[in-house]
Design a protein around this ligand. Structure first.
Ligand code: FES
Length: 156
């Protein structure tokens, strides 16, 4: 199987069966995001423990396959990380989507890197970049305790 097909399969699978869907118990942070161009919405629920580690991360929302897959993959990759590492993963992801940077993070194993890289092809489709980045910007907003809804139209 070539890499392009593998990446496509990962996106389709997460789009159809998103992981960590719903509202987790005792979340400590939450944020909402939307893409006004298509009306898609996402809400993320984050539970940080006393050591500032992401104990749980779930989401609700509706969107295209890319936005749902990206959100699902994000919850899987960020869960269990410290807040600093979670923020670093967001930066790595956005660099990959916008600049084509290869994911080299020591925080991820090979399978996890492949999952993250599955969204790298989005860079070639400017209209879909915001589909892939909506959840990650919304997660940043949740981690920073911002109350304002994330709007993809006012982001880079
Ligand atoms: Fe709306 Fe993808 S079309 S987020």
């Amino acid at each position: 199987m070539d890499l392009k097909q593998l990446y496509q399969d990962i996106i389709l699978e997460h789009g159809k069966s998103p992981r960590n869907f719903g509202i987790c118990n005792e979340y400590t942070h939450e944020a909402k995001g939307h893409n006004p161009l298509c009306g898609d919405q996402v809400e993320v629920y984050l539970k940080l423990n006393k050591e500032s580690k992401v104990e749980n991360l779930t989401f609700k929302g509706s969107g295209c396959a890319i936005s749902i897959a990206s959100t699902s993959i994000m919850t899987e990759l960020v869960k269990g990380k410290s807040i600093e590492k979670a923020k670093k993963l967001v930066v790595d992801f956005l660099n990959m989507i916008k600049n084509g940077t290869i994911i080299k993070s020591d925080e991820l194993d090979e399978d996890q890197k492949t999952k993250m890289m599955s969204l790298s092809g989005v860079k070639q489709y400017p209209m879909r970049v915001k589909c892939a980045t909506l959840a990650w910007h919304t997660l940043t907003s949740a981690m920073e305790g911002n109350k304002e809804k994330v709007n993809t139209e006012v982001l880079d």
